[in-house]
Design a protein around this ligand. Sequence first.
Ligand SMILES: *[C@@H]1O[C@H](CO)[C@@H](O)[C@H](O)[C@H]1NC(C)=O
Length: 225
Amino acid sequence: MDAIKEKLWPASAAAPLPFASSSPVEWVDFSQQSLAIAVVSIFFNPIFWNIAARSEYHNKVITKLALGNAYHGCYLLAITIFSLGILRDALYERAIRDQPSLDILTTPLAQTVAVALFATGNLLVVTSMWALGLTGTYLGDYFGILMDHKVESFPFNVTSAPMYYGSTMTFLGTAIWFGKPAGVLLTVQVLVVYLAALRFEDPFTSEIYAKRERQRAAEAKKKGK
Ligand SMILES: *[C@@H]1O[C@H](CO)[C@@H](O)[C@H](O)[C@H]1NC(C)=O
């Protein structure tokens, strides 16, 4: 295990800072440019997909780009969001590599916690993608591609936002795996950004579905006459 880890993630040259005799201001090196780049990337992604999704909803911007096919538009957005996610994860990992590590985060217990967080987080992300499907995961609602029913199966019976909480857990797991307080700090940023995104997204998607229910009710009434 240690040999594999050393091969994949060679230990940084600097020894971990001792928790007991270092000051918290030493735990994060704010002078690293890679840290600033990661911060920008973490902010950028949800802002980008919300602007893209709302432009689609109001003006069909992405469907037009996809020559009028809403499904192709949604796939285009899916590929873009997925790629931006990979880029952000890479920038995050790069950033925390440049940061000091802390001894209490490199203990075997911490490493076990890191693996558990990473595994659980990925389980939540992958199973929610599985439950929602491609268009359900990647904002299909904004393209008029609505789900038939609200998904209530696992992992949605555990948390209402498994994708966001799962993703946050994988960031935290990665931070602890590498023993980096800066990673924990970036994870807090990820969580705050996701919570803000939820407050912005949830009422809007609820209204999209409420609108469909009103239309269905109106049609049923018409048929009844
Ligand atoms: C959620 O669903 C899964 C699978 O159907 C089940 O095993 C689990 O106990 C459920 N959890 C809760 C909190 O209801």
